[in-house]
Design a binder for this molecule. Structure first.
Ligand code: CDP
Length: 209
């Protein structure tokens, strides 16, 4: 079974993807980490503005060396969203994601274009969202918890900029697949959101076994 989970920054999709993967005993790929790794390398090389360089980084990406903790900073999230708007970068990361999804038994993938581009035939698709203010609050707490200095107003502004860039780009924009189930977590805690996600996945897979 393939479970495709998409949604904007800090919507809770990563937590839900991990919980669903553990529940169903499936491997999980946080596809944001791939774009973060490319963005981080371009930042380190001082070549974030160089499209060809970012495509070369994406083509050479070795997923075994990804360090999720180091890639979670706000600056790297911003760089990820810049390189993710480039069609060559997305093309370079496509096969890797499709191979992950095609594992025997299935997989859970979360990102921005899993239900629309990477796994359009996934039997279970969720689009997880929440208000920008609630997402900014969650991201702010996460950054502070990691010891990263942050101001709520800056985090909210960053979320709005990223939403606009991710939804407005020409190449695989953030969009809800027509056959995805919408899960708005604005009013939900983690346990409630997980219960709702599980119910949506169960109902989708009973319709498309
Ligand atoms: O959790 P958060 O949204 O902050 O970050 P993420 O999911 O790690 O994604 C970082 C950036 O990568 C996003 O803003 C997107 O621009 C990009 N991304 C994408 O374009 N497609 C994906 N499948 C996953 C991430």
């Amino acid at each position: 079974m393939i479970i495709a989970i998409d949604g904007p920054a800090a919507s809770g999709k990563g937590t839900l993807a991990r919980r669903l993967a553990a529940h169903f005993g499936l491997p999980h790929l946080d596809t944001g980490l791939l774009y973060r790794a490319v963005g981080a390398q371009c930042l380190a090389d001082g070549r974030l503005g160089d499209e060809a360089a970012s495509v070369a980084v994406a083509e050479d990406l070795d997923v075994r060396t990804l360090d999720p903790e180091a890639l979670r900073t706000a600056a790297i999230g911003e760089a990820a969203s810049v390189v993710a708007a480039r069609p060559g970068v997305r093309a370079a990361l496509l096969d890797l994601q499709r191979r992950f999804a095609a594992q025997p038994g299935g997989a859970v993938l979360d990102g921005r274009d899993i239900g629309t581009v990477i796994c359009p035939d996934a039997p279970a698709k969720l689009f997880v969202t929440a208000s920008p203010e609630v997402r900014a609050e969650r991201r702010y707490k996460e950054l502070i918890g990691r010891g990263e200095p942050a101001r709520f107003e800056d985090v909210l502004a960053d979320i709005r900029i990223r939403d606009a860039r991710d939804s407005g780009r020409a190449s695989a924009p953030l969009a809800m697949a027509e056959d995805a189930a919408l899960l708005d977590t604005t009013q939900l805690g983690i346990e409630e959101a997980f219960a709702a996600a599980l119910a949506l996945v169960d109902s989708a897979t009973s319709r498309h076994p």
